[in-house]
Design a protein around this ligand. Structure first.
Ligand SMILES: CC(C)(COP(=O)(O)OP(=O)(O)OC[C@H]1O[C@@H](n2cnc3c(N)ncnc32)[C@H](O)[C@@H]1OP(=O)(O)O)[C@@H](O)C(=O)NCCC(=O)NCCS
Length: 184
């Protein structure tokens, strides 16, 4: 069956702090998340199946922001997971805020709410990757680190030529810690 996905940008709502709720996603959110990602370049679009798995299997480490009346496209989304090889790390895969809601603190609010979940209290650090030219993303994670007095380090991880065969800019690994005080 063909899925009809309207363009997210057209249906995005302005951000209102008080009437925007944050919650864990569920599989039913998959198509709406897929739409939001598609309307948020330069994010990789991945597949709808990928978004369904994120929303179902990684709900505890992902977060969705939506208007209280639940009408329209979600306002924001963070997918994350705990890497099997790094059980004390929250790896943030993608962050997307609907165009109409950007620059008003929603990205920061979602990050803070995610790491404040009791189930994630034992995590020591946050990691993500960012391309050098994504100013909004750098500003978001730098602000997040600054607010909690955490260190932020960066190093090239996936290289343009070696890992992306020249088809994608180098992704820099960003590490922020400690997340909740204590040893890094
Ligand atoms: C990156 C993104 C998630 C930020 O979300 P947001 O809700 O707009 O961010 P916030 O309002 O919480 O702002 C966080 C910081 O980013 C800064 N910022 C926001 N948009 C910016 C822009 N276009 N250029 C530079 N800085 C920007 C804010 O000024 C703030 O920094 P400050 O407090 O030091 O001034 C959003 O711009 C987006 O969805 N972009 C497209 C997808 C993307 O690139 N995702 C990130 C890669 S995973």
């Amino acid at each position: 069956m063909a899925l009809s996905l309207a363009t997210g940008a057209a249906r995005a709502r302005p951000y209102d702090h008080d009437s925007t709720t944050l919650r864990e996603p569920c599989a039913g959110d998959g198509p709406a998340i897929h739409e939001l990602i598609a309307a948020s370049p330069p994010l990789d679009r991945n597949s709808l199946y990928c978004n369904l798995l994120q929303a179902r299997d990684f709900a505890a480490t992902s977060i969705l922001a939506e208007a209280a009346d639940k009408a329209g496209t979600p306002l924001g989304w963070i997918s994350g997971y705990v890497p099997p090889t790094e059980p004390q790390t929250l790896f943030v895969w993608q962050v997307a805020v609907a165009a109409a809601a950007r620059g008003q603190g929603l990205g920061l609010r979602m990050l803070n709410a995610l790491v404040a979940r009791p189930a994630l209290a034992s995590l020591r650090r946050l990691r993500t990757t960012i391309t050098a030219d994504n100013a909004a993303s750098w500003a978001l994670f730098e602000h997040f680190a600054r607010d909690r007095g955490a260190h932020l380090t960066r190093e090239p991880l996936f290289l343009k030529d070696r890992h992306f065969a020249g088809r994608h800019e180098t992704e820099h690994l960003v590490t922020i810690g400690p997340l909740h005080g204590g040893a890094r």
